[in-house]
Design a protein around this ligand. Structure first.
Ligand SMILES: [Zn+2]
Length: 340
């Protein structure tokens, strides 16, 4: 399968990426997502500017879950920061209704793809955005938030991170963190286990009645790094019907090229099966993407490399979109009328 054949395959499935931090740029740096930005040059500092609508169309990416992140250390104003980033997405949707549209369900995503618009979804990175108030989950969900990552780089009201301030692999979720999972289950908000302590990871899986995501991560089976998760964690996510988005950031992968991304995806398949891997680029997240995947327009190159490892179209479609769409379908948002 060459790159143009890979690009053609992208039209047969809604390709979805689980994590890109673009709204912060839109909110704070007036980054216009509808404008075509130059691809960052290889081997240059390349932390930001990986995603915009024209390059998503080029790369055949139908949907993006945009990560809203707030300052990952204790500070006030986290909820307001998330609302600001949601405002920036609202503004883009209002200005370019033919190009980008909000999506909540897997059906919304397919409908957007049919009419040629990019589906925009939102996720939150770091439970500090709730500011200790679980009512904020419903407020965010009402604005389109589909997942909440409980931790980021510091301990918060919900638990402890895998790395950063207060990191402790043996400490699990707080009582509020456990309650948070129940409330997310009730509202149909996906639990995202990126960045969480190992014990917190297992606590969340034990409590959650719904499938979970790890929105952006590498795997320890390929590269030893604090950011990555091990085989047992992969199998636990699989048992729960969840999915794992593989990150494109070089520093976590143990190799600098696109082949390293492929290695991590193949390892997930070997350990946990074809229903688990997904895409979790972390584009625009102050990380340097792999060579060969410098921005979202390069996505068909990844598909072609995966095909070169022997994966057929059915498995490729699962990785590119269907696994993530299944989780979005299985964690169905409760309608406002049902929860009041
Ligand atoms: Zn992250």
């Amino acid at each position: 399968m060459d790159v143009s054949e890979a690009r053609a395959l992208h039209d047969d499935v809604p390709v979805i990426d689980l994590h890109a931090d673009t709204p912060k740029l839109m909110h704070r740096m007036d980054y216009d997502i509808a404008e075509h930005h130059e691809r960052p040059m290889p081997r240059r500092i390349n932390y930001l500017g990986h995603v915009d609508l024209p390059r998503m169309r080029e790369g055949g990416v139908a949907a993006q879950i945009f990560g809203m992140w707030t300052w990952p250390y204790p500070r006030r104003g986290c909820a307001a920061s998330v609302h600001g980033q949601l405002d920036a997405l609202d503004e883009a949707v209002r200005r370019h209704p033919d190009q980008i549209t909000w999506a909540i369900t897997d059906r919304d995503i397919r409908a957007a793809q049919r009419r040629g618009a990019i589906a925009c979804l939102a996720g939150i990175e770091g439970g500090q955005a709730l500011e200790g108030d679980l009512d904020n989950i419903a407020r965010f969900a009402a604005r389109g938030v589909r997942y909440i990552g409980l931790l980021h780089f510091s301990a918060n009201q919900l638990g402890y991170p895998a790395y950063g301030l207060g990191a402790d692999s043996t400490r699990g979720l707080t009582d509020l963190g456990k309650e948070c999972i129940r409330e997310m289950n009730r509202l149909g908000v996906v639990v995202d286990l990126a960045h969480i302590s190992r014990q917190g990871f297992y606590d969340a899986l034990e409590i959650s009645r719904a499938p979970v995501m790890v929105s952006h991560t590498g795997v320890l089976g390929v590269h030893q790094h604090w950011r990555n998760i091990d085989d047992q964690q992969l199998r636990a996510v699989a048992e729960k019907g969840g999915c794992v988005g593989v990150i494109f950031a070089r520093r976590f992968l143990g190799g600098k090229s696109i082949e390293a991304v492929v290695d991590h995806i193949m390892h997930i398949i070997d350990v946990a099966g074809v229903d688990v891997p997904a895409l979790g680029s972390d584009f625009d997240g102050f990380v340097v993407p792999s060579y060969g995947l410098e921005d979202v327009s390069m996505m068909p190159h990844l598909t072609a490399r995966l095909a070169a490892r022997g994966l057929g179209p059915d498995v490729l479609k699962k990785i590119l979109g269907e696994n993530a769409l299944r989780v979005l379908r299985d964690v169905s948002p409760t309608r406002a009328a049902d929860v009041s």
